[in-house]
Design a protein around this ligand. Sequence first.
Ligand SMILES: [Zn+2]
Length: 291
Amino acid sequence: MAETFAKSILCQDKSKHICGKCISCVTFDSGNNPDIILLDYSDKKSIGVEEIRDKIGKNIELKPYLYPYKIFIITGAEKMTIQAQNALLKTIEEPPEYGVFLIISNNISNFLPTILSRCMLIRMETVKNDEVKKYLIEKKGFDYDKAELYAEFSQGNIGQAIEISSSEDFSNMRNDILDLLCKLDEKGFTDMFKLVDKLLIYKENIQKALDIAFLFYRDAAVFKAMNGESKYCIQKDKIESIYEIAVNKSLKSLIKKADIVLDTKVKLKQNANFQMAAEVMLLNLKEKQYG
Ligand SMILES: [Zn+2]
C-alpha cells in the first residue's frame, strides 16, 4: 500500500493513478527512484538514534532530485528507540513541503504519543482466508490445494501468503515441526528436552511454528473423522505424516492436541516463559507412556 501510494503521487502521467511507464514508475520498479527512500527494519532488533539522523534527518534536508516529493517508507518503525523516535519527531514536526513519511508498523503501542499525534493513522485490516485463496488462484496462478494451504498460513495477509509460499525457511520449518511431532511418542523423557531445544530454533517464529503444529493435528483429526479420506485436509502435501499421526490415535486425542497447541499460542502471546511453555506443551502432546 505504501509503495503504491508513493508511486502514485510521483507518477508523471496525471491522467492515470499509476501509469507504470513514466520514468518515475519505471525507476521505482527497478529500485532506482532517487526520491523514494525505502528503509526496511523488519529484521532488525532495534533502530537507534544515529540511524534515524543519518538516513532521515540529514537526507530530508536535500531537496528531491527530480520530483515534487521526497518519500520515506519506514518499515518496522516500531523498533525505534525513544531517542530515535524523538529524532524522527524533530523532522516530522516541521518537515519541508516536499517531505512525505510513510511509517509502517505492526505495533502502535510502541510509539510516543507525540509521534502518533502528528500522523494520520490508517489501519490495515486482514483479509478473509477465502479471499486470500481466491487471489492466489486468480492472480498468482496457484492451484487449489496450494492456495488453500498458504491462505491458511497467511493470517489474512496476502503478502505473507506469497512470501512463505516461496520461502525455503518456511518449508524447512514445516518439515522440522512435523518430523518432531511424529517422533514425540517414541521419545523417552530425557529426549523430550532435546525436542524442546529443537523448538527453540524457531523461537523468533514461534507463532508460525505453532500454526503448523495446530494445522497438523487439525488435519489428522479431520482425516480420522472422515475414515482416512484426505479431501478435507489442508496440508495435502503432507498426507504421509498426517496418516502416521492419525492412525494410532483417537479422534478425541487429536482434537485435544490441537487444543493444547492453541492454548500454548495464547500463553506465548501473553509473554509466558518460552522454555517452560514449550516443555509443558510437548509433555502434554506426548502420549503419556512414562507414568
Ligand atoms: Zn507513472
